[in-house]
Design a protein around this ligand. Structure first.
Ligand SMILES: CC(C)(COP(=O)(O)OP(=O)(O)OC[C@H]1O[C@@H](n2cnc3c(N)ncnc32)[C@H](O)[C@@H]1OP(=O)(O)O)[C@@H](O)C(=O)NCCC(=O)NCCS
Length: 185
């Protein structure tokens, strides 16, 4: 069931904003995805070119129409520069859950943009999509991503053994969740 309508206005928390992707973002996406850390922890093509960025955008537009993902560009509120990507993926409408995934361009790290983006998309998912639970899976060795989950108020629940096929083999993932009913700052 297609139930995803992205917001017309950006979601904003001080220096960090989320907005739907645009065709004109392809160069910024291709530049960011040259980074080995994004290649290490996410399933982006390697090597990554402008054609891959175009395919990324087309797949995202299709997924929104199919009700399969709610993808956003993370941008700087002031300059509008593209800082990264975040999405609510694999929505399960029967059980009102989805999974959050994200990356930041290397030069945008260390400033809290991912933490604010996870909080923004989670609040929107609860409010606009009616979700009751958001899952976040970070590889056991991906400490920066686990710190994002913890700063964003997610609860660490378990280690899921051999949960995904990663870039260099099977990955154990730390499972985190945030509930609509969890107390938040
Ligand atoms: C995971 C990833 C998004 C984390 O990026 P990040 O910049 O560390 O995360 P944030 O944007 O939340 O910034 C947090 C850092 O900024 C610092 N910071 C500065 N100001 C801050 C603020 N106002 N609020 C929060 N953190 C702030 C924090 O102390 C933290 O640094 P630390 O981890 O050294 O303690 C990034 O490493 C990445 O893109 N990795 C590759 C892709 C990836 O792994 N994706 C996740 C797959 S599960």
């Amino acid at each position: 069931v297609a139930r995803i309508v992205l917001p017309g206005e950006p979601l904003v928390d001080r220096p960090t904003a989320l907005r739907p992707w645009r065709d004109s973002d392809r160069r910024a996406i291709a530049a960011a995805c040259q980074d080995p850390e994004i290649a290490r922890w996410t399933p982006v093509p390697v090597p990554y070119g402008l054609t891959d960025a175009r395919a990324f955008l087309l797949q995202r537009y299709d997924a929104v129409h199919a009700g399969a993902s709610a993808p956003f560009a993370i941008v700087a509120t002031e300059s509008g520069a593209v800082l990264g990507s975040i999405a609510l993926n694999r929505p399960d409408w029967g059980h009102l859950r989805a999974e959050v995934g994200y990356w930041l361009a290397a030069q945008a790290r260390g400033a809290g943009h991912a933490t604010r983006a996870v909080r923004l998309i989670s609040e929107w998912g609860f409010r606009a999509l009616g979700l009751e639970r958001i899952d976040l899976h970070a590889a056991v060795e991906n400490e920066p991503s686990q710190r994002v989950a913890e700063r964003a108020g997610f609860t660490r629940e378990a280690v899921l053994r051999s949960f995904m096929t990663g870039r260099i083999g099977r990955e154990d993932m730390v499972a985190y969740s945030l509930l609509a009913t969890d107390p938040r700052p």
